[in-house]
Design a protein around this ligand. Structure first.
Ligand SMILES: Cc1cc2nc3c(=O)[nH]c(=O)nc-3n(C[C@H](O)[C@H](O)[C@H](O)COP(=O)(O)O)c2cc1C
Ligand code: SF4
Length: 452
């Protein structure tokens, strides 16, 4: 081994030891809550391998071997996605999705505002690997300070002549469906931030009708570390079928709310311990507002991983766990979220435009304990009608949340449906408080999808 190579190996070994299994993306976050400068970033992680177009194809192999899956919600294998873009003809485009439209998630903002260069290393390397000559970073337009921090980081890199491909930072309308990949691409193409029909998929025809790799910002940060330390290092954390670390946002009835880096596949029980969940709490929302309510007793032993969670029709989504406080009514909370989700429809598909408000209205009747007619039969029918009927996953995600609430809060649902106060309301009354404690965050209905 040459002296240069052995120095490189030693540096890699040192870095791997420092990062461990749950302080990879979050390494150094305790030192400062400001965005790490380029100098600090390089001091933390060392330089990234050079992003040389045409000579970075190895990255697709190592990302595939690492088993990295997308951290934006669907958990699709990132190596497969990169390869399908690289195989297309003509120069490609890379889009980093930092919209974080999930109201209960804070991880993307935390990552971008602490370690912007980790994400930017990842997009530059991915661009070279798939043959892209342009990178776009999509951020919510209402977080101007975040866009300013990222523009500053891009300028630092330009002065250091780090990236062969230009990186452009954009502020997009901040709504739930306007952050889905086809909506982001539509906006970058000069249209409204609304989902469009597929096919074509982004890898076939995306921005400027070119092959497009669109991934979540956390996914790109993992790519930056896999490029430095390799697939075996990545797999030292997590499970064989859910490797690596991931960012989670733990909220609700917990003593340590916020963003935590965990090994993928950590059990939900361990995560509740990590967040300091209230021991009296009995339900948890897994995966966010397209997610699944579950009784803690049913979910505690399950890993936060796609395959394992299928058993309870759940998925990690963007890594969100929300603990319902004891004494808070899950039916009322779900009704509030469903009303918001219905308001987020892009109004393009009938079942979404008419079905979601009808479902939200049924839930509102349930929540108020004043249902009209056979509300549960009606809901069952409506949930069946909207599922699989939208151009995007909005109706399916909304229906999943509603169905899971009917199951997880079955006893309360039954009480509400028969016009009686549920157990939570009675308990709250005994304590002299209200069961209408509002827990789940609902964003202001600001998000216009149009261009400013
Ligand atoms: C309604 C809806 C909203 C979405 N919002 C986001 C988002 O805010 N951020 C994100 O990265 N992905 C979001 N996605 C998923 C994206 O469409 C896309 O799958 C993701 O950016 C791919 O990245 P990944 O492969 O790294 O997971 C959303 C999808 C849907 C259907
Ligand atoms: S399913 Fe709803 S949100 Fe999705 S494209 Fe159709 S109308 Fe828009």
């Amino acid at each position: 081994m040459t002296a240069g190579r052995s120095r490189h190996a030693q540096a890699g070994y040192e870095l791997a030891r420092r990062l461990g299994t749950t302080s990879r993306l979050t390494y150094g976050w305790r030192d400062s809550d400001r965005p790490a400068s380029l100098r600090t970033h390089v001091a933390r992680y060392g330089p990234a391998p050079a992003a040389v177009p045409g000579r970075t194809g190895w990255l697709i192999d190592v990302v595939t071997e690492a088993g990295l899956t997308g951290r934006g919600g669907a958990g699709f294998p990132s190596g497969v996605k990169m390869r399908s873009v690289a195989r297309q003809r003509g120069p490609a485009v890379v889009v980093a999705n930092g919209m974080e439209s999930e109201p209960a998630s804070d991880k993307d903002e935390a990552l971008l505002s602490r370690a912007p260069h980790l994400v930017l290393d990842g997009v530059a390397l991915a661009a070279a690997a798939v043959g892209a000559d342009q990178v776009h970073l999509a951020l919510p337009h209402d977080k101007r300070w975040l866009a300013a921090a990222l523009r500053h980081a891009v300028t630092e890199r330009t002065h250091a002549r780090l990236d062969p491909v230009p990186i452009e930072v954009h502020g997009l309308p901040h709504g739930y469906v306007s952050s889905s990949e086809s909506a982001v691409i539509s906006w970058l193409n000069g249209g409204e931030a609304k989902p469009t029909a597929v096919p074509p998929r982004p890898f076939e025809r995306g921005v400027d009708r070119r092959p497009t790799l669109i991934s979540n910002v956390e996914t790109f940060a993992h790519i930056a570390l896999i490029a430095r330390l390799g697939p075996r290092w990545f797999r030292r954390a997590g499970l064989p079928d859910a490797p690596g670390s991931m960012l989670t946002t733990i909220g609700g009835a917990v003593t340590a709310p916020g963003v935590h880096e965990i090994e993928a596949g950590t059990t939900i029980g361990e995560l509740l311990e990590l967040g300091g969940a209230d021991r009296d709490a009995s339900a948890v929302l897994i995966g966010g507002y397209f997610g699944t309510w579950s009784r803690i007793a049913d979910a505690a032993r399950l890993p936060l991983a796609k395959t394992a969670l299928k058993r309870i029709d759940a998925s990690p989504g963007a890594g969100v766990l929300l603990v319902l406080p004891a004494g808070t009514c899950g039916v009322i909370e779900t009704a509030r979220v469903l009303a918001w989700l219905a308001s987020q429809s892009a109004g393009q598909c009938g079942p979404c435009m008419f079905g979601l408000p009808a479902i939200a209205d049924d839930f509102a009747q349930l929540a108020s304990c004043r249902p009209q007619g056979r509300v549960l039969d009606r809901l069952d029918r409506r949930l069946g009608v909207v599922t699989g009927r939208g151009a995007c996953a909005h109706p399916d995600g909304t229906a999943r949340l509603a169905r899971s609430a009917l199951y997880a809060f079955a006893a309360d649902v039954h009480a509400h449906a028969t016009g009686r106060p549920c157990l939570q309301a009675r308990r709250a009354r005994e304590r002299g408080s209200s069961a209408r404690v509002r827990m789940l965050p609902i964003p202001e209905l600001a998000g216009t999808r149009s261009r400013p």
